[in-house]
Write a protein that binds this ligand. Structure first.
Ligand code: UDP
Length: 323
């Protein structure tokens, strides 16, 4: 039986990865310090014989008994609101955290896959973004703590690959959504759906002309699964290229939820990228992967999930998390 360590295993993406690798017959060890992760995302797995949970901060030395075949490094705050509130931890988990994972991988002879991000492209001057684009990042702006941590993480991972011959994979994740996002994580989709559910106006930043392209979580997990099992060590974009302006996206959420509230404009945050859309030529050619779930289908499932939360959960998630 293959054994896999998933850091950030109680988070949005980490928990979906735990589900997938359990389904594939792996022994899954999830690790999380629960700062932004939530045990509710994985509590259905605790009864399984081949699931373990370690409450641990991966920025500190990691010890895992027994063999490991794979390590997925998904621990990190990932929404602008979160990493602005905990900037130092964000820098540490992307730097010290990956160093610990890579060291552990050497000892265990494990293959490492790291969660990188479209944020490595910053506010991109090339559109859509291919993997060869080096980006336009402000290191000292508010997003710098996340963007530079992820860029350092890629550099460190590549160094272990070339210097130590470690097997490594790098996925650059574009905006992804689905069940288990935190309603209060500040990202646009949970923000809009949460506001619609509470009968508040939807807070569009700026004039809403900035674009994003949203990928449903199951598609993303499939891409990551294929990349892990591939033999390709260079970065690969995984995302849905179906681009939309934030204004149009808000209008879609208004229609979906049937809310009588409207879009209101708030100031655009500093360094908010004006456009973003993945070039997925590489993922298609190397992994035979492309997204299958349309935004209409994915948004419907996600809305049903948020609607199904208990009043207690909704209350817990109604305000920004205090760290
Ligand atoms: N956004 C918005 N209203 C919100 C939250 C976000 O208009 O309440 C915008 C934000 O300015 C950005 C886009 O939606 O242009 C996506 O933001 P998100 O935080 O989801 O992710 P990002 O892609 O910026 O990391």
């Amino acid at each position: 039986m293959k054994r896999i360590l998933i850091t950030g295993g109680a988070g949005f993406l980490g928990s979906h990865l735990c589900d997938r690798f359990i389904k594939e017959g792996y022994h899954v060890i999830a690790m999380d310090n629960l700062i932004t992760g939530d045990l509710k995302n994985i509590e259905h797995l605790f009864k399984l014989e081949h699931f373990e949970f370690y409450h641990h901060d991966v920025s500190k030395f990691i010890h895992v008994p027994g063999e490991l075949d794979y390590i997925l490094h998904f621990a990190s705050p990932a929404s602008p609101i979160d990493y602005l509130k905990i900037p130092i931890q964000t820098l540490k988990v992307g730097s010290l955290g990956i160093h610990n994972c890579l060291g552990l991988a050497r000892v265990k002879h494990a293959r490492v896959l790291i969660a990188s991000t479209s944020e490595v492209y910053g506010d991109p001057n090339v559109h859509p973004q291919p993997e060869e684009y080096w980006g336009n990042v402000n290191p000292v702006g508010p997003r710098g703590v996340y963007d530079e941590a992820k860029r350092f993480q890629e550099a460190m991972t590549m160094a272990y690959h070339t210097y130590h011959g470690l097997e490594t994979r790098i996925v650059r994740i574009f905006n992804t959504y689905g069940p288990r996002m935190r309603l209060n994580d500040g990202r646009v989709l949970p923000a809009f759906i949460g506001q619609a559910l509470r009968g508040e106006d939807l807070t569009m930043f700026g004039d809403g002309s900035q674009t994003r392209a949203f990928c449903y979580v199951d598609d993303l997990v499939e891409g990551i699964y294929r990349l892990l099992l591939s033999d390709y060590a260079q970065p690969v974009n995984i995302g849905n290229p179906d681009e939309i302006t934030i204004k149009e996206f808000g209008e879609e959420i208004i229609k979906l939820t049937g809310t009588s509230q409207k879009l209101i404009s708030l100031p655009l945050p500093t360094d908010d990228p004006k456009q973003r859309k993945p070039d997925i030529t590489k993922a298609k050619a190397l992994l035979g992967w492309e997204p299958k779930v349309t935004r209409a289908e994915g948004l419907k499932i996600t809305y049903e999930y948020f609607k199904s939360l208990s009043p207690e959960d909704l209350h817990r998630m109604a305000h920004h998390k205090e760290f």
